[in-house]
Every structure is written in structure tokens, then in C-alpha cells.
Design a protein around this ligand. Sequence first.
Ligand SMILES: [Zn+2]
Length: 240
Amino acid sequence: MDREPPEPPENPEKCVGIDVGILTYAHDTDGTAVGSLDLSDERDRLEREQRTLSRKEHGSNNYEKQRRRVAERHADLRRKRRDFLHKLSAYYAREYDLVVVEDLNVKGMMESPSNSRNTASAAWRTFLSLIEYKCEREGTHFVAVNPRGTTKECAACGVSTDKPLWVREHSCPACGFEADRDANAAWNILSRGLEDVGVGHSEGTPVETALPVDTSVSAKRVVEAGSPTLKERTASAVSE
Ligand SMILES: [Zn+2]
């Protein structure tokens, strides 16, 4: 890496760690859990047009017309996914001074089940590179950290416990700290990012100060509102 290390953020409160996953698309240290985008309607429509295409005589006018319909449905899918990722990444770059995510070169291989591995890690990669790009544009510090152990480690005491993918709760046998699995991972991601920029443990881990209540947000709301939160700041910025 020949890039300059980012300046430490002036206000550590405006820092966020984001864990990306399969069941919850993104879970951040402010307690926002954004659901995965539901594209089942778009997929159904695409499949219907593909079935119709398969019944057309290859090379006929009707075949060409139908082929274009299939291409349009493909474009709908891509547009909707891109819109969601653009809005969510723009939100993080705009709202925070420091955004910490996982380095997916490691994460993609470790966490996704093999059948959805490529799809999930490709979507994460797009999302995280959009965040990086938008952070650069907004002057927001961006850090990608090694995700190894972020789900197993306790964000409060650092003790590692094995946790299969289906265990959604973090419950620490060493210190008793309990949190959503992804929230715990997001805290670890943020801690590693703060360490990277040199504002690490002097202020104590974020977990020791205050844990936000997790809020589930649908991907649909992100697409419609342009952001996963309805904070006053965001609301006034939008209405201006
Ligand atoms: Zn613990």
C-alpha cells in the first residue's frame, strides 16, 4: 500500500464499523441492521420472459422482440441492486467521518456458504468499493481491516469463542456480554479501524460506553428514503 495513512478523525463519535453478511445485508455499530434486498419479483419476471423466449422460434421476429424483453428485465434487476448499493454507501460516506469495513479478500472465502459464495462476495465487493469511492469523494476516512476472527471475538473482552454461521447471538462465556452476532462483529471491525488510525483503546472500547438498540431496516426503505435512518439530521438535509 503506497497510500498515505488517513488522518485520525477529529470526532470519534462520527465513526462507524460495518459488518456485511447474508441474512442481514449490513449491520453497523450505530445499531442499524439493513436487510437484504428482495429481488424475487424481478427474478420471477425475468424467468417468465425467459420461458416465453424458449418457446419462440429461434431467429424469428418474435424471438428478437422477446430477447429484448429478457434483456430489459436483466437491466431492471441490475438497476435496482445498484440503486440500493449506491444509496446505502452514499449514506455512510455522508454521515460519518470514519468508515471501517472488512477487507473482503479474506472475508469472502471464510463466511459465505459455498453455494452462494460467488454471488454474496461479488455483491459485498461492489458495496464496499462503492463506500470507498464515496468516502474519498466526501473526504471521509475509509479503513478496510482484516476480518479474521471478528465474529468469534467478544467486542467487550476480546475472548474468542467458536460460533457457527447459524448462531445469530453473541453471548460471551468469559464476560457475559450479549449482542447480535453481526453487531458484535461490527464493533470488532470498528475497534480494528480505530487502532489503525491511532485512536484505539485510550478511550475504552465503544462497547463499554453505550450500546445502541439494534434497529432493523428493510432494503426497500433504503431505496425509498435514500438512507437507512430517519434521523433529524438526515431528514432536514433531505428537505433543504
Ligand atoms: Zn466477553
